[in-house]
Ligand binder design. Structure first.
Ligand SMILES: Nc1nc2c(c(=O)[nH]1)N[C@H]1C(S)=C(S)[C@@H](COP(=O)(O)OP(=O)(O)OC[C@H]3O[C@@H](n4cnc5c(=O)[nH]c(N)nc54)[C@H](O)[C@@H]3O)O[C@H]1N2
Ligand SMILES: Nc1nc2c(c(=O)[nH]1)N[C@H]1C(S)=C(S)[C@@H](COP(=O)(O)OP(=O)(O)OC[C@H]3O[C@@H](n4cnc5c(=O)[nH]c(N)nc54)[C@H](O)[C@@H]3O)O[C@H]1N2
Ligand code: SF4
Ligand SMILES: [Mo]
Length: 747
């Protein structure tokens, strides 16, 4: 082994900021991790999680071989034993109970892992039934629905052009902690500072004075779950005061009159008492959006994980359009990713739009969205007997036993499954229920190409990282997923995965040469496949997608991107600032921006009804994120676990006093779904009537193997969230604004 110091460049896979890292190694050890100052996009920025990749790589609790349950206990096994067990048990369940009996859940890290993302899709395609779930329905599905209906594809999501905007209205997001989401912008702090230096203004709307509010020019407290009311009042004001100006978008929109009618009753005066922001302020913000051009409105997890998640997501882009800021430099813009982006393939300006509700969940009858059912329905699909009941589950990089609503019920359901397979790197709260665990490689043993985040980025770029360390002698996740696919296709535990992989790329090439608007239309498939030799697996798919993508070389037709060109550019290739893309980006049936989609406008009745059912004195729960945490799964790394204990319930001092809860003491919090005890932290950072507890904690379950995390387990806030509370348009879980009662804990 080479023990001299080597320097590697690697994109961080831990969050959406996609920072470029400089990693120094000696032999199989990491000696240092820093931000890559020469990275074309992140320019040296890094957060503590990026540094902790060293500990993730070295974590003794990270699984390095399969585990199989024998006599009730998870024990190490060989890969062949593990796949043989899956083949035997899964196929028996399918034979006895039919296609719907085997379900799949995909978690958040799968979106950050090239090998897994590409080949999980392959496995999901051969899953025989419709019971697919993912972390998207505790996250961003409302934004997919509103974007799909307005612009024509689920990933046509406008991002705030922070580097050129003069006014940034941000709701329900805290990029100072999260580093941004549906908004890939490493070094948010630096970008805000530059915006402020050129006279721009950041306004944060949040029931908590967050770390982002601290760096903002203005912070507005808002009553949780009322962003739709606030934004409807802004839209109402823009119409009422004659401020609507569509600019160059005018010929490209449909439904302006319907929209005006739809928001006509939501005046600032009616909405103000409901959301806790005065009518005067609402009118002022509406005016500022028009006066401080260019401007951008953006919302994230706090606006999606609420009762009106789709409506808020829609209103955000409605306001971007009404103020002339959609698709304009400094406004909210559509990235043009070099690969994998469905709104960049084809003619543009027209498409087939999106379809929702193709099928309904068995128990609650919730409509399908993006070929999935809401994870809030997963427990009932497992614990409700009858035809189509889920008996077996495959989880892929997910920890639903901590991350999804009413985890107590879901954990009972997981324990009652006939069979469970987890593709995961830890033995944790979810995988402790598994019959077989299949761990992937360390991130530093994987190559990396971001499939999703260039589609959500504030600049266009292309970056690829080869593996830092040599691949150990065990399967990568793409190979694991192909073996699972082989089993589901009834080819047995040792299907010819090389042949499956060849089949996948052949289908992709075939479909692109058949696509009349593709850059490789009518080309010879054999010639294309030959040009991709000798690559296999994820690299072959990425090379194909790049070369047939909007900046690609079209397989020798023109100068352009190939995977080779990225291999030769270790700090990445910058593809420039975002460009205006309307009408080319639009894929709706009409070829226009649909301002008043029927589904959403029809649901405004519910917004109106909510005005009558408001309960003034109800305490509600919201969540929060912290820099040294990542949902449920980085609490086992000493570098991130150290420091002050972070799983506290923030409560306003007035509420604390009224309820008899003392700072630093334990409080009991209960909801319809459950009860937890948690340390209280009295602070006027949260508005009265609101408590804030971070999610992803509660590492004290028997059977998990997380030595560091178990030391300071914290409490699981998703024991309080309610599986019956969903946004009906998207099926997304409501995680903000959960009614709770709070009292001192007796012990
Ligand atoms: N109350 C509340 N709940 C929330 C949220 C909230 O704001 N409030 N946020 C929600 C959001 S936005 C999300 S995205 C979800 C996340 O929900 P999940 O994705 O279900 O949960 P995570 O905590 O991200 O767990 C990730 C799992 O992936 C595993 N893992 C990590 N890296 C890899 C890898 O490379 N390969 C494999 N195979 N496994 C890996 C980890 O061990 C862990 O088991 O949580 C949601 N839950
Ligand atoms: N350090 C760290 N980074 C992460 C993650 C992590 O767990 N830790 N998770 C990653 C994931 S999976 C995601 S999806 C992103 C999420 O990224 P963000 O959306 O930026 O997530 P949060 O930091 O939770 O910020 C949400 C904010 O919404 C506020 N809020 C709650 N309810 C409401 C409401 O009703 N209205 C309004 N206006 N605000 C409300 C909360 O107080 C909180 O400040 O972060 C990603 N990055
Ligand atoms: S902000 Fe931190 S976790 Fe996110 S990509 Fe950058 S270094 Fe990684
Ligand atoms: Mo997320």
């Amino acid at each position: 082994m080479n023990t001299s110091t080597q320097t590697h460049y690697r994109i961080c896979p831990l969050c959406e900021a996609t920072c470029g890292l400089e990693i120094k190694t000696e032999g199989r050890n990491v000696t240092s991790i820093r931000g890559d100052a020469e990275d074309v996009f992140s320019a040296g920025y890094i957060c503590p999680k990026g540094v902790a990749l060293k500990e993730l790589d070295a974590d003794p609790d990270r699984l390095r071989g399969p585990m199989v349950r024998r006599n009730g206990e998870l024990v190490p096994a060989t890969w062949d034993e593990a796949f043989a067990e899956i083949d035997k048990r899964l196929i028996a369940i399918l034979d006895e109970h039919g296609p719907e009996s085997v379900a799949a859940y995909s978690g958040n890290p799968s979106a950050h892992n090239t090998s897994l993302l590409l080949y999980n899709q392959a496995m999901l395609r051969v899953l025989p039934g419709k019971n697919r779930f993912s972390a998207s329905s505790v996250d961003q599905v409302p934004k997919h629905v509103s974007s799909g209906l307005m612009f024509g594809t689920f990933l046509s999501i406008p991002v705030p052009d922070i580097d050129r905007t003069q006014y940034f209205l941000m709701l329900g997001a805290n990029p100072m902690a999260s580093n941004g989401s549906l908004f890939t912008a490493p070094d948010f702090r630096g970008r805000v500072r530059k915006m402020q230096e050129r006279g721009g203004k950041l306004v944060v709307v949040d029931p908590r004075r967050s770390e982002t509010a601290d760096v903002a020019d203005e912070h507005l407290f808002i009553r949780p779950g009322t962003d739709a009311h606030f934004l409807a009042a802004i839209a109402n004001t823009l119409f009422a005061e004659g401020l609507v100006n569509l600019g160059r978008l005018a010929p490209h929109t449909n439904g302006l009159l319907e929209l005006e009618k739809a928001v006509a009753e939501f005046s600032p005066e009616r909405m103000a008492p409901f959301c806790g922001i005065s009518a005067e302020t609402i009118r002022r913000v509406a005016g500022e959006l028009v006066d401080n051009q260019p401007a951008a409105v953006y919302g994230r997890i706090g606006t999606c994980t609420q009762e009106f998640g789709t409506t808020v997501s829609w209103l955000i882009d409605v306001i971007n359009v009404l103020t002339g800021n959609l698709d304009r430099p400094g406004g909210a813009m559509f990235p043009l990713a070099p690969a994998f982006s469905s709104n960049a393939q084809g003619r543009g300006g027209q498409g087939s739009g999106v379809k929702l509700g193709r099928g309904r969940s068995r128990v609650r009858g919730v409509p399908e969205v993006m070929s999935e059912f809401p994870v809030a329905c997963m427990a009932e699909e497992i614990d409700t007997p009858g035809e189509g009941q889920i008996r077996a589950l495959i989880t892929v990089a997910g920890n639903p036993a901590v991350s999804t609503p009413n985890t107590a019920r879901l954990s009972r359901a997981l324990a009652a499954l006939d069979f469970m397979v987890c593709v995961d790197i830890y033995l944790n709260e979810t995988t402790r229920h598994a019959d077989v665990i299949l761990p992937g490689l360390s991130p530093l043993e994987n190559s990396h190409y971001d499939i999703v985040f260039p589609q959500l980025s504030v600049r266009n770029w292309a970056r690829y990282s080869p593996p830092v360390f040599e691949k150990p002698d065990r399967p990568a996740e793409w190979e694991i997923m192909l073996r699972l696919s082989g089993i589901l296709m009834r080819q047995g535990p040792s299907a010819d995965i090389a042949a499956l992989d060849d089949f996948i790329i052949r289908m992709q090439a075939q479909s692109m040469v058949n696509h009349k608007d593709s850059t490789i239309v009518d080309r010879d498939v054999e010639e294309i496949l030959k040009a991709l030799e000798p690559r296999r697996g994820p690299e072959r798919i990425v090379d194909f997608a790049l070369r047939s993508g909007p900046y690609g070389d079209a397989f020798g037709e023109r100068p352009g991107l190939t995977l080779r060109s990225l291999e030769e550019a270790p700090h990445g290739i910058d593809l420039g600032a975002l460009q205006s893309r309307v009408p080319e980006v639009l894929c709706t049936l009409s070829g226009k921006i649909e301002l008043a989609p029927e589904l959403i406008v029809g649901d405004l009745v519910r917004l109106e009804e909510s005005l009558a059912t408001r309960k003034e004195d109800q305490m509600v729960l919201v969540g929060r994120r912290q820099v040294r945490s990542n949902n449920s799964w980085l609490h086992n790394l000493p570098l991130l676990a150290k420091g002050p204990f972070r799983c506290t319930m923030q409560i306003h001092p007035d509420d604390a006093q009224r309820l008899g809860v003392a700072d630093g003491a334990k409080a009991a919090v209960s909801s319809r779904a459950g009860r937890i005890t948690v340390i209280a932290e009295c602070t006027d950072r949260v508005m009265p009537g609101v408590v804030s507890i971070p999610h992803g904690w509660g590492h004290d379950e028997d059977g998990a193997s997380l030595q560091v995390a178990a030391d300071r387990p914290g409490a699981n806030s998703n024991r309080l969230t309610d599986e019956f509370a969903i946004d009906p348009l998207s099926g997304n879980a409501v995680l903000c604004g959960i009614p709770v009662s709070v009292e001192p804990a007796s012990v």
